[in-house]
Write a protein that binds this ligand. Structure first.
Ligand code: B3K
Ligand code: ZN
Length: 865
């Protein structure tokens, strides 16, 4: 295959600009006609031809300044126009086939509705264009459709509409804000519509419209209310106001990711719009609110100020994720949000950094851009923005943001431009900090501690190191803000004699730095990385008593939670070495009193009762034998339930979740209750409690909580069958059911998945179904995916070979666990690589899969030779 590697360093400003785009899209399932009229201006003094991108288009005709034009060449990648004109109008007629577009990029049919997905490079599947984010144009779009498509939508404000003789109708939209092509959107169909209005801080009334499948109106109210909260929050916190007369959101069932921030016309995966008590869990409600907010926040951080090129993706994504995290923390609770983000970092981002796909938050090389919508660009990107926020403080950060918007509104800019705007708002020199944009990998920090009894001095040395990654062999020390407390056994706080710790923060910007603390006690406990102040791993040498001191006396609730996670992880390590090894009895009494002490704080308690996942445990281990690690974790969970059942059951019985409501205290109570139920369910005497919760649940959180707990009981299959009967009409609920089946560690799981893939509600063409069944198996059924007969790896590979021909983007997501073989032992590695090799040898493999698979195998060679 011919593979083109694009490099960040090769960026060239565009040779031409396109100032206006006039599109007419005449919809037809297999032969949609697109007429595009472009106003084009040559940039500077050169005689290069105009190169337009195009993919899977049929060119019908071409006019230059309204005359037939033939001096062009066509290729699989686009259209090259040879002209000497400096300013000209180009009119391009193309035909496309939305019905057979199964990759869900460009214009496609989702159920009966037409919709588009253009980011990153999908506009070129609609018409020939300079499909790159630094071409900002004003769009006027006329959508023409049959009358069975009553709603014809595009970006901006509607300016005209009417009937056309042949029984069709049209609507014309004008978007006054110049935008890149990736923000173009078109939707046509017959939907239920929820309408509302929002009055902005300057008193402008904005029409809000939410389009959902017929009959789903009741499930849209929460999303609409979330949108209004997001609009208000962005005004309050960042002074940013909405800028069009109308804001539309459309929910569709076929969508490759969560949602898309197209200007004024967001398109959403229905999973992140629809939510009501009976069918949506508390997590679903949370996600709806956060994704609605994320896409809305993009209106400023992404749309008004956009990316110069795709290597800068984190400019909009890292920043917008940070903004949505802050919003969610304000709407719900800072602690549970922070823990959620840290789990994502530890389970997925650290794994990515350790793999062949390791890249800086601003990547340097890309084959398929869609492969770089990653946890690194998004979540680590958000952690980098959070560090700016930590260093500058909320006011400084706001000044930097104001300056960023003031300087760059209406422009396509770079991460360096963002750093420069932040720099204008602080005395701190950010040049070293900016290395976070170009250096990949997960730094590891550690703290050594010596006590000199004679002088009464504790000497500490804080160090950092970043292991080499697949993409970068050598690493430099980073500028790391490390939140730190030093406490004694009674929780008294100590300061360092050098004054390096300021307001609980120490800046580690060299390989190591030392400081000392005077104290009469020998037992000082350093508490590192409060609130996860930087995206790093901590090598924590503390013993059980130190960890329990942090839990009891630490000021930062994140550190308190984290101490418990470390404690559990230690116990699991001991069982990994010997699954029959006894755990000291004192641990259980300590845990029992820890649990009792937090009975009044169900939020922290609920989180502290969660045992680290298999995926998290993998990130601090090497040469993993999966079956042994799974057995060790299971054994620890069983002992935990056995030893603590009395106190857990006591709390379970006393948690009052009240009448159902989606609000913080109720969410926290349900969360804690369901975490406890999952522990108790490991003991046969609690089976009836699980069944009773399932029978009596009046909301999806409790139904699903019971089903998850039932995984450890004999009633699982029975309850799952009842659940299916009850919910077989609701695809989004069935996704939860598919996922629960797929994560069962039972011997005949592959037969079950094969059977489920023939379920009437399952479809290979629908990304939500595929992710819930096959994705859940590959990502979360560690035991069976990693079975040592290789059957799990082979099963996923067989499936990917089928899926790749249909939807390469989704295939390239699901291949991720197979490419992340580095942490596992040689037996696993060999089997995983054999399947990767099968993929690589497959004729016609997409470039999406090619990039990830070839990198994964190449990493192997580098490291073995
Ligand atoms: N910007 C989109 C993601 C597009 C992914 C393209 N493969 C959603 C978001 O991050 O808001
Ligand atoms: Zn985004």
């Amino acid at each position: 295959m011919s593979v083109h590697v694009k490099k960040r360093a090769d960026y060239q400003p565009p040779a031409f600009l396109i100032s206006t785009v006039n599109l007419t899209v005449n919809l037809h399932p297999t032969a949609t006609r697109v007429v595009s009229v472009l106003t084009i201006n040559r940039q500077g003094d050169h005689n290069k031809p105009l190169v337009l991108d195009g993919d899977k288009l049929t060119l019908k005709s071409l006019l230059l300044n309204k005359n037939d034009f033939s001096d062009f060449t066509l290729s699989d990648e686009g259209l090259t126009i040879n002209t000497d004109e400096d300013t000209f109008e180009l009119e391009i007629h193309t035909e496309i086939d939305p019905k057979n577009n199964k990759a869900l990029e460009g214009l496609y049919l989702s159920g009966g509705a037409y919709c588009t997905q253009c980011e990153a490079e999908g506009f070129r599947r609609i018409t020939y264009f300079m499909d790159r984010p630094d071409i900002l144009a004003v769009y006027t779009v006329t959508v023409v459709g049959d009358t069975d498509l009553p709603m014809l939508l595009s970006n901006g404000n509607p300016v005209d509409k009417g009937q056309i003789d042949d029984g069709k109708h049209f609507v014309t939209w004008h978007d006054p804000h110049p935008k890149p092509s990736y923000l173009f959107a078109l939707v046509a169909g017959d939907f239920d519509l929820l309408s509302d209005t929002y009055t902005t801080m300057s008193g402008k009334e904005v029409a809000l419209e939410l389009y959902v499948d017929k009959g789903k109106k009741a499930q849209g109210h929460f999303a609409l209310a979330s949108l209004k909260r997001a609009m208000k929050w962005d005004e309050d916190v960042f002074g940013l106001e909405y800028d069009l007369d109308i804001y539309m959101i459309v929910a569709v069932d076929f969508f490759n990711m969560g949602a898309m921030e197209n200007k004024g016309l967001n398109v959403f995966n229905s999973k992140f719009v629809l939510a009501e008590q009976a069918s949506a869990t508390d997590d679903d409600f949370f996600n709806v609110e956060s994704v609605i907010a994320h896409e809305y926040f993009h209106n400023w951080t992404g749309n008004r100020v956009t990316c110069r090129d795709w290597f800068q993706l984190s400019l909009k994504e890292g920043l917008t994720v940070f903004r949505d995290q802050q919003f969610s923390a304000d709407m719900t609770s800072p602690l549970s949000n922070r823990i959620k983000h840290v789990r994502v970092m530890r389970e997925h981002q650290f794994a990515e950094d350790a793999s062949a796909m390791s890249h800086p938050i601003r990547p340097d090389e890309v084959i398929e851009m869609n492969n770089f919508y990653t946890v690194t660009v998004y979540d680590k990107g958000a952690e980098v923005i959070r560090m700016f926020h930590t260093l500058l403080g909320p006011e400084g950060f706001r000044r930097g943001m104001d300056e960023y918007i003031k300087r760059h509104d209406g422009q396509a800019v770079t991460c360096d431009d963002f750093v420069a705007a932040m720099q204008s708002a602080t005395e701190i020199d950010l040049s070293h900090f900016a290395l976070w944009y170009s250096q990949s990998g997960t730094p590891e920090i550690s703290l050594s501690h010596q006590f000199n009894a004679q002088t009464g001095k504790h000497n500490f040395t804080l160090s950092q190191t970043t292991p080499a990654t697949a993409d970068q062999a050598t690493k430099q020390p980073l500028y790391i803000p490390v939140a730190i407390e030093i406490i004694d056994e009674d929780g008294n706080q100590y300061v360092d004699e050098q004054g390096l710790i300021n307001n609980g923060l120490i800046i580690l910007d060299t390989p190591s730095l030392s400081f000392s603390v005077s104290a009469t006690t020998e037992k000082l406990t350093p508490v590192l990385l409060g609130n996860f102040s930087a995206p790093v791993k901590v090598d924590n040498p503390l013993e059980t008593d130190g960890l329990l001191t942090i839990f009891t006396h630490g000021k930062d609730p994140f550190n308190r939670w984290d101490a418990m996670q470390t404690l559990y992880s230690r116990c699991i390590s001991a069982l990994y070495d010997d699954v029959t090894a006894p755990i000291e009895a004192s641990l259980w009494t300590d845990l029992e009193s820890a649990i009792k002490s937090e009975q009044g704080n169900l939020e922290l308690l609920g989180e502290c009762l969660v045992i680290p996942t298999f995926e998290t445990l993998c990130q601090t281990r090497k040469d993993i034998d999966v079956a042994r690690l799974v057995a060790a974790r299971n054994q620890f969970c069983l002992l935990f339930a056995q030893q603590l059942s009395k106190v857990l059951n006591h709390i379970f019985l006393h948690i009052d979740t009240g009448d159902y409501a989606y609000n913080q205290s109720a969410v926290i109570a349900r969360r804690c209750k369901n975490v406890i139920l999952a522990h108790l369910a490991r003991l046969p005497e609690f089976e009836h409690v699980v069944v009773s919760q399932f029978d009596n649940a009046d909301n999806m959180t409790d139904s699903l909580g019971a089903l998850k707990a039932a995984q450890y009981t004999r009633v699982f299959e029975t309850l799952m069958a009842r659940f299916e009967t009850q919910w077989c009409h609701d695809a989004l609920v069935l996704d939860k059911w598919f996922a629960l089946h797929a994560t069962q560690p039972k011997d005949d799981i592959l037969a079950t998945i094969t059977m489920l893939s023939e379920h009437p509600q399952f479809s290979l063409g629908n990304p939500n179904r595929v992710r819930s069944l096959v994705g859940s198996f590959a990502f979360y059924n560690s035991e069976k995916f990693h079975a040592l007969d290789g059957s799990g790896y082979k099963f996923v590979t067989d499936y990917l070979l089928k899926l790749d021909g249909i939807n390469p983007q989704v295939a390239a997501r699901i291949v991720t666990p197979l490419t992340q073989w580095q942490g596992f032992n040689a037996d696993h590695q060999q089997l995983m690589k054999a399947q990767l090799a099968r993929l690589l040898n497959h004729k016609g493999l997409s470039k999406d899969l090619f990039e990830k698979v070839s990198k994964s195998l190449a990493y192997d060679e580098q490291h073995n030779h």
